[in-house]
Design a protein around this ligand. Structure first.
Ligand code: CU
Length: 189
């Protein structure tokens, strides 16, 4: 009986540890700041990403384990059910969480836990980015610039973190200027 109890305790511990390792909250967790993870599951072993900057694994955290090929990424960019070249985008390219509420004055840490470069750019209206083949029918958001990266657009490399501070109150909108379906909204109270 005692052995069974110990077994259950150890099993519960193992499960909770594995949840800590795998959960985005853990991947995001530093200090008490609210955290958002920019994620993608690009395959680190698929040479299809090489012409577009590759899909490296962060050498420090080793957090990224990708299984999405470049071919699958492109196949899910659009859908036959969304005519007119509308961009749908691979769901693995996403921000988690993509909606948070914070108090005025709080900093927000946005970390790239994927294998591709992303941006977390504030926009007045959601739109396209500056990589036109990934925009489909979307009009580029002016904040992203058109054709070339805007100096105000900050690239967040794999494993890096961008800290947002001094956001005014209201509903603030952010998107990736490379993968425009990676959106987020932050309500600042
Ligand atoms: Cu992106």
């Amino acid at each position: 009986m005692r052995f069974l109890f110990m077994f259950v305790v150890l099993a519960a511990l193992a499960v909770s540890l594995s949840l800590m390792v795998n959960s985005p909250a853990q991947a995001q967790g530093y200090g008490n700041d609210p955290n958002i993870a920019m994620l993608d599951n690009c395959s680190t072993t698929d040479p299809g990403y090489a012409p577009f900057g590759g899909c490296p694994q962060d050498s420090t955290t080793k957090a990224h384990q990708g299984d999405v090929s470049a071919g699958e990424f492109l196949a899910l960019l659009t859908s036959p059910l969304a005519p007119g070249n509308q961009v749908i985008g691979h769901p693995s390219w996403r921000n988690e969480p993509s909606y948070i509420t914070v108090r005025s004055g709080q900093n927000i840490r946005v970390s790239n836990r994927g294998g591709r470069v992303h941006t977390f750019t504030e926009v007045a209206n959601f739109g396209g980015g500056f990589i036109s083949p990934l925009n489909g029918a979307l009009t580029p958001a002016p904040e992203c610039g058109s054709g070339v990266p805007n100096p105000n657009v900050k690239f967040v490399a794999v494993g890096d973190t961008q800290t947002l501070s001094g956001l005014g109150t209201g509903l603030r909108k952010f998107q990736c200027c490379i993968h425009p379906w990676m959106r987020a909204a932050i309500r600042v109270q």
